[in-house]
Design a protein around this ligand. Structure first.
Ligand code: NAD
Ligand code: MG
Length: 418
């Protein structure tokens, strides 16, 4: 039985991981949970999974959590009282919890970086959903992985697809649990993209895009930040950088293809020109399960793919004029060093500002580009952790400053927050 620690247990990735644990009680047990602010759901999770440890990101909420657990009726109380911790140190404790074999990183954003490093330093295997960590800190995370021997299993559906395809190659043995070393014989990666909320919108219609429009995804049900990233296609740009760090391929050999049905989750081309793909319904439970069960596969009762029901699989090139974020991500990836960290932090902050209706959807790429441009002179080629944390903060402040100054579209916003 594998013991798992779930970081970000109340989010989309976290709740799906816990569903899997419930479906396979013989295989997995949950030993640690961390959450942000959703205490009612967290209490329910504690009742169902009886973890040894629970960490709250915001430690000021610990007394309320204690009260909620204390006031559960006798028969509702978990058989074992979890050890409760809080704050940044609490997240690190959950990430390196002694009895855990594998840590699922379902925290959103660069907030996942320090807990992920704590898990690696403790030698835990990782199911990596929190892509922002690797994008911001690839040059810091990869050497740590090498040192500790932790294995980085990709939970992102595209990277899981690539990883699964690599199992069918002569290099399966070292099909690289991700030290950024080029995988021999891997010639090209094609990342598929649904196209996000605006894929059928005219570029000019984006002038009218609202928060409600950008947060409704046609194929996947996910957290708000990644749903907006899908609408700008920044998510795919971030995944290009993620693929670079995971599989060691240079940026000229990582491509994006729009595939509206989200059935092919990505493809690899090998040295002999053969292309391998992984297919399935768009459901994150499958890539998460593969991280948990790897290198085995478990039998599931989940709906089986029926291509006759899908009918058509279609593909097209992405429109770079409509989606400038993709090119920004390629450029940041190619610049390397601290630039992806700046791109990532600027994006996190820009998306947060958009969700609060302080900027327009079309401002998102503009403020990211301006922030990356400003960083060019300051770029650090071989950053340490402190460098990454410093540029992350700098980029957020820079975006906030730009937003305060106002953008050309500010006056067109429906409701300006203070
Ligand atoms: P979400 O918003 O649904 O959940 C985020 C979780 O992190 C919640 O439990 C929240 O409480 C916690 N959290 C938020 N801010 C935090 C902070 N500052 N410190 C500690 N905890 C915090 O997000 P999600 O959609 O589950 O995405 C999680 C990660 O997985 C993201 O990095 C995303 O890119 C990646 N991912 C998600 C999906 C998906 O289908 N949802 C697919 C691929 C990759
Ligand atoms: Mg993905």
């Amino acid at each position: 039985m594998k013991a798992i620690s779930v970081l970000g247990s109340t989010g989309s990735i976290g709740t799906q991981t816990l569903q899997i644990a419930e479906e396979f009680p013989e295989q997995f047990r949950v030993v640690a949970l961390t959450a942000g602010r959703n205490l009612p759901l967290l209490v329910e999770q504690i009742q169902r999974h009886e973890p040894e440890l629970v960490a709250l990101a915001d430690d000021s909420l610990l007394p309320e959590l204690r009260q909620r657990l204390k006031h559960l009726a006798g028969d509702q109380k978990p058989a074992r009282e979890p050890h409760l911790v809080g704050g940044a140190e609490g997240l690190n404790i959950a990430a390196s919890w002694d009895t855990a074999d594998l840590v699922v990183t379902g925290i959103v954003g660069c907030a996942g970086l320090l807990p992920t490093l704590a898990a690696i330093r403790a030698g835990k295997d990782l199911a990596l959903a929190n892509k922002e960590t690797l994008i911001a800190a690839g040059p810091v995370v990869l050497p740590e992985l090498k040192k500790s021997g932790s294995r980085l299993l990709p939970a992102d559906s595209e990277h899981s697809a690539i990883f699964q395809c690599l199992q069918g190659t002569p290099w399966a043995e070292n099909a690289r649990l991700s030290t950024g070393v080029p995988t021999p014989g891997l010639r090209r990666i094609q990342l598929t993209a649904s196209g996000g909320a605006f894929r059928d919108w005219d570029a000019t219609a984006l002038e009218r895009a609202t928060v409600a429009d950008a947060t409704s995804h046609p194929n996947w049900s996910m957290g708000r930040k990644i749903t907006v990233d899908s609408a700008t296609l920044m998510n795919k740009g971030l995944e290009v950088i993620e693929a670079h760090y995971l599989f060691g391929l240079d940026y000229d050999h990582i491509e994006i293809v729009i595939h509206p049905q989200s059935i092919i989750h990505s493809m690899i081309e090998l040295a002999d020109s053969s292309v391998l793909a992984q297919l399935g319904w768009p459901d994150m439970k499958l890539p998460i399960l593969y991280c948990l069960s790897w290198p085995s596969r478990l039998e599931t009762p989940w709906p089986r793919l029926d291509l006759t029901q899908v009918g058509q699989l279609t593909f097209r090139s992405p429109d770079t004029a409509k989606y400038p974020c993709m090119e920004l991500a390629y450029a940041a990836g190619r610049a390397g060093g601290t630039m992806p960290a700046v791109l990532n932090a600027a994006n996190e902050e820009a998306v947060a500002q958009f969700l609060e209706e302080r900027i327009h959807f079309l401002d998102i790429p503009d403020v990211i580009e301006a922030t990356c441009d400003k960083h060019k002179q300051e770029l650090i080629n071989h950053p340490q952790l402190d460098d990454v944390l410093a540029v992350d903060q700098w980029a957020r402040t820079t975006v906030r400053e730009k937003v305060r100054q106002g953008t050309s579209r500010t006056s067109a916003l429906p409701a300006m927050a203070a």
